[in-house]
Design a protein around this ligand. Sequence first.
Ligand code: UD1
Length: 424
Amino acid sequence: MSVWKISGGRALHGEIKIQGSKNAVLPIMSAAIIKGCETELLNCPQLSDVEAAMEILKHLGCTAEREGDTVYIDSRGMNRTDIPHDLMREMRSSVIFLGAILARANEAELSYPGGCELGVRPIDLHLEALRCFGAEISEQGGNLFCRGRSLRGARVNLSFPSVGATENAMLAACGAAGETVITNAAREPEIIDLQAYLRKLGVSIWGAGTPTITISGFVLRDRVGHRVMTDRIVAATALCCAASAGGRITLRDVVPAYFETVTAALEQMGCRIDRKSHSVTLEADGRLHAPRPIATRPYPGFPTDAQPLLMAAALKAEGTTAFTENIFESRYRHAVELNRLGADISVVGRVAVVTGVKALVGAPVKATDLRGGAALITAALGARGTTTVYDIGHVIRGYEAFEKMLNDLGADVHYEDERLAPVG
Ligand code: UD1
């Protein structure tokens, strides 16, 4: 079994480049099939979810090849409209292919994506949105059958600004005749990146980043090149790690505005922040105080993905920090593991209260999900002694060469094969 061993207590220093965004690249890879064309995607992170998306593309009859951080996709030969269960299971967000396959072929067959580590993750908003275009969707034996004859442009009003449902509606709209207007759309930066790619493809689309997105018409281009945005959650992770361990780090090639809520909270905690147009520097001396209450919200609010990370950075902050998780129902499983390091976190329903402790002490802990696992590493960097993190597969799903990024900054993180049973 693979584990990470982290010897805490070493301040982080240096400058790093942040990887391409996982949550931006996946919808763009699915968008690459809405018309037959060639796509050159730069800055693609080397992650299992990206590899899984490439497998899905190949299954559909496209070619998908990686060379370094560039992925080449040729979707002209697409000849299937189904995604089998084992490929759906590989990547939790594979439902994002639904709108794109429908746009291309007017039919799609996918197995129903299961629950996930953050609780029940329904897709009702995705299906509701796709039905607006005239798609008939039925469920049989765990499979979704979608047929659209020809999709019609529609008014899609989302009852909640779901990121995935917004993306699926944008993709389906590209294959629909007539204008589509999506209201109460999610405003996340990854949606702006999807719009940027679609525009290069020749789609007439505007409004991403606001609650109203309009799509009208399409002039096909044969070849598209696009550089995937940098990962704002990985950027937030690096800043939280430096806040926890102390030190001074600079992140290059980032858009500071995209993770401003996280940076602002770290600033409230006493970190010194220097924002430039494409870089951020954080300096922390290890003495932190609790920030104002944190409540997760859809963008531009505080990101749910950064909640575990900021919590980990706040464990030794003087005072009490209150977190309210408004997006996912089951997103505090890391709290139990953080408490194993000596933290004082109590959770009641959607609220977690962190009372700052003087010191954290390394212990064996188990990653419960992607960002929760990253939070354990964030805390371990600021703990005395050695922390062993089990079940790191969750974390590897979203961070490219995580230990290298941290070790380049002076951390002591080792990947090991361990024969011991996991804790808990
Ligand atoms: C995306 C991100 C994820 C992030 C989340 C919220 C990707 C691959 N993942 O996930 O990292 O944490 O946005 O910023 O981009 N919901 C429904 N019905 C639906 C869809 C969603 O009830 O049909 C609920 C979800 O259960 C959740 C909330 O809406 O409670 C937000 O989900 P959503 O914005 O759709 O997140 P994802 O797109 O799944």
